[in-house]
Design a protein around this ligand. Structure first.
Ligand code: CA
Length: 233
């Protein structure tokens, strides 16, 4: 696995030294900047996995830096260092596109844990499939659009997510509970019949013959499975 490269932008010398030591010891590759402008330059020119960004910085503050990066479509994850008791800083940081924050003074263990979590999340996102096609159906997961035989198919948002889950785990039988957990989430409790309804709609919209489905298969007593290469019977 590649070593993650982290840019730390912090103007306080002792804080910076402490961070560099801790992250280097934890196996990260670390580069640093001590003011906002050079930090922005480094962030634009270097391939990074994550940025740790102080808010109060000379030349360009952390908020403006974060905003500029997102405007340039540089979507490297950012963890902001906010001052204790400045609740509004957290909100502003997250609104400007930061991924997480820690409050000063923080424990280095907490920061390391958050870095790990954010890196894990961003890795998973880049591994997501972008497009997929079967028969005459083309799915663009990024644009959220589906066509069949060149015609746009209108899918409800949850139908789209059910389809995404089926294709992500193609060839694997998924239980109705699995759909409920991953698509509807823990905080809502629709019945498993809801899953059946969404599957039915997907078949009606995407399969050539909804009464004799080839791709979206029922596995009796278990759930559903997407067959990538259905037999031609
Ligand atoms: Ca500072």
């Amino acid at each position: 696995m590649n070593v993650a490269r982290i840019l730390i932008i912090e103007d306080e010398a002792s804080m910076l030294t402490g961070l560099v030591d801790s992250f280097t010891m934890s196996g990260y590759e670390v580069i640093t900047a001590t003011d906002g402008r050079s930090g922005l330059e480094l962030a634009c020119l270097t391939k990074l996995n994550l940025i740790i960004l102080d808010i109060m910085l000379p030349k360009l503050d952390g908020f403006s830096l974060c905003e500029r990066l997102r405007m340039e479509k540089i979507d490297v994850p950012i963890i902001m260092l906010t001052a204790k008791g400045r609740e509004e800083d957290k909100v502003q940081g997250l609104e400007l596109g930061a991924d997480d924050y820690v409050t000063k003074p923080f424990s280095i263990r907490e920061l390391l844990a958050r870095v790990k979590a954010v890196l894990r999340r961003s890795r998973r996102e880049t591994e997501e499939i972008e497009t997929y096609s079967f028969a005459d159906v083309i799915i663009d997961f990024k644009a959220h659009c589906v066509t069949k035989g060149g015609e746009t198919v209108n899918l409800a948002p949850l139908e789209f997510e059910v389809l995404r889950l089926l294709i992500k785990h193609k060839g694997e039988t998924l239980s109705r509970e699995r759909f409920l957990t991953e698509v509807w989430g823990y905080d809502r409790f629709p019945s498993t019949r809801t899953v059946d309804t969404h599957i039915l709609n997907l078949r009606r919209k995407l399969e050539d013959n909804p009464n004799n489905t080839r791709y979206i298969k029922t596995v009796h007593g278990v759930g559903y499975r997407f067959d990538e290469n259905p037999s031609t019977d």
